[in-house]
Design a protein. Structure first.
Length: 65
């Protein structure tokens, strides 16, 4: 059987924790920071857990994680 290939776009955007959760970066943290509050910018720095609806789809894109 051929091996499953890891989706190149997904491996750059998501990471899998040791417990198996998939982490994603927050949106809206690339530019225009002067229009956002300092508190909002601090919150957006941290990673977020991918919801269960999308996690199953992402596991197919990241087969060896």
């Amino acid at each position: 059987m051929p091996k499953m290939k890891t989706h190149s776009g997904a491996k750059k955007r998501f990471r899998v924790t040791a417990s198996g959760k998939i982490m994603r970066p927050h949106a809206y943290h690339q530019h225009n920071f002067r229009h956002k509050t300092k508190a909002q910018n601090r919150r957006l720095r941290k990673s977020a857990v991918v919801g269960p609806t999308d996690a199953g789809r992402l596991r197919r894109l990241l087969p060896y994680s």
